[in-house]
Every structure is written in C-alpha cells, then in structure tokens.
Ligand binder design. Structure first.
Ligand code: ZN
Length: 117
C-alpha cells in the first residue's frame, strides 16, 4: 500500500461538488448547492479566512438569486431562504439563533443591522 505525502502539502481541496447553473443544484449529488460536501470543502478551503468565504458566498448568492428569479419570475425562492442556504450556515455555532432573533443583550456587535423577520 502506497501512502501519499499529500497530508502536509494539499494546498486546496479539489472542488467536485460544483453548482450546475442556472439551477444551482450540485453537479454530483443534485442537492441544492452548496450541498453538505460543498460546504465542507468551502470550509476547508477558506479555513484561514472566513471573511473571504462570506464575501465569496455573497457573490454566489447574488448570481444564484439572479438565475433563480429569471427561471421562476412569479414563484422565485424566498430571499430569507436563499440567504440561509448560501450564507446562514457560515455563522459560528451558537451565534446564529440568538442574533437572528435580535439577541438578549444590547452589547452585541456594533452596528449590526436587524433582520426584517
Ligand atoms: Zn454535492
């Protein structure tokens, strides 16, 4: 059995679970993109820079919203659902629920806009 020495060197995990546009379904598993595997891959790829991950996903969300609303102009996806699908999962654990609901303390992060829910 040969053992590769990629452990230390693997710079970027290969992204195979890519979106099929304009449907925004995974090309491999057909789940709504980003599928769980794509999310894991993105987390690995952007482990050193979570802000860059959020910026990237904002761009992707913009493209996906344009595509999906073009496909279904009268029955497009719910904007909040799209946000959760593309960006909501990147929030640190434990922060998501409290902050979305408005938080219990007034000492949260400064100038964080409140959601429209
Ligand atoms: Zn997939």
């Amino acid at each position: 059995m040969s053992r590769t020495t990629l452990d230390d060197r693997a710079p970027t995990p290969r992204r195979t679970h890519l979106p099929l546009r304009p449907l925004w379904l995974c090309r491999v598993c057909a789940a709504p993109w980003p599928c769980p595997v794509a999310r894991l891959t993105l987390c690995q790829e952007y482990a050193h820079d979570r802000i860059a991950l959020s910026v990237y996903l904002c761009t992707v969300l913009h493209d996906a919203a344009a595509d999906l609303y073009r496909l279904n102009p009268h029955d497009g996806p719910d904007p909040a659902a799209l946000f959760t699908r593309f960006l909501g999962w990147t929030a640190p654990r434990g922060v998501r629920a409290e902050q979305v609901r408005g938080g219990s303390s007034g000492a949260g992060p400064a100038s964080r806009p409140t959601g429209s829910r």
